[in-house]
Design a protein around this ligand. Sequence first.
Ligand SMILES: NC(=O)c1ccc[n+]([C@@H]2O[C@H](COP(=O)([O-])OP(=O)(O)OC[C@H]3O[C@@H](n4cnc5c(N)ncnc54)[C@H](O)[C@@H]3O)[C@@H](O)[C@H]2O)c1
Length: 262
Amino acid sequence: MLNLLAMPDNKVIVVSGGASGIGSEVSTRLAAEGAFVVIADLNAEQAQAKAAELVAAGGQAIGVACDITNPDLCEAVAQAAVDKYGKIDGLVNCAGISKPHDSISLPPADWARMVDVQLNGAFYFAQAIAKRMVGSEKPDTGGAIVFITSTNAEAAFPRRAAYCCAKAGVAMLTKVLAIEWAEKGIRVNAVGPAYVATEMTQRNIAAGNVNEGQIKARIPLGRLAKPADVADAVSFLLSDKASFITGHSLYVDGGWLAYGYF
Ligand SMILES: NC(=O)c1ccc[n+]([C@@H]2O[C@H](COP(=O)([O-])OP(=O)(O)OC[C@H]3O[C@@H](n4cnc5c(N)ncnc54)[C@H](O)[C@@H]3O)[C@@H](O)[C@H]2O)c1
């Protein structure tokens, strides 16, 4: 049985990329806090399995198929959330891909796909959700959006040109939407992790794209982030405890971005 902490009003939160990694942990956390969770993921089967896991644990959740690069599908998922639960209070955009590649030979299609998933998709989904948010017609009662960005929104890594540029774009999107949608009562923030111990990171380690020992040595707190560290920050930014915070990027990085020594 989940530890239900009774989030006020049984908030309805849509989580893109909620079938795995950070999104999966965020979904578990939000359900445990009493939210009704809509898990939207490219992997429909895994999204439904995750929702079933949350329901079996005493929570409320549905899993739906979505490719966030398709605006029509984003609209359909947002509407499905309203049809099922009557409203939407929050969005956590976790969907993402990682495919490091030398810039000199990066195929244009790979550049385009990265920007499409990480930046365009973030906008399409936020737009579809915001149109239907409880706050959109009622300032002060509003909704909250959290984009998962990365330390790569601020710090350049080699072989990650498209990823870094797309994440930096989402950090700016966070600010623009925050100031534009404030009058609708919608807060927009970002959480930017350094390396998190997820399947995405394991795939990058296995592919030789990153070295786990080097990562730990580069992070002042000396470890990778846990998905739960990211879920803590997301839960805070969605909650009323963050009711005067908008347009902010919160880096969950163990001190990575602060570190400028050898
Ligand atoms: N893992 C890390 O170290 C790390 C660090 C910083 C930022 N991030 C970011 O966090 C987010 C989640 O990463 P993760 O490690 O949990 O990855 P993950 O691969 O474990 O999960 C990503 C999920 O997104 C889904 N997805 C991919 N493309 C999609 C699309 N077009 N539409 C809908 N769903 C899609 C996948 O099916 C998967 O379930 C990503 O945006 C990633 O860039 C990850």
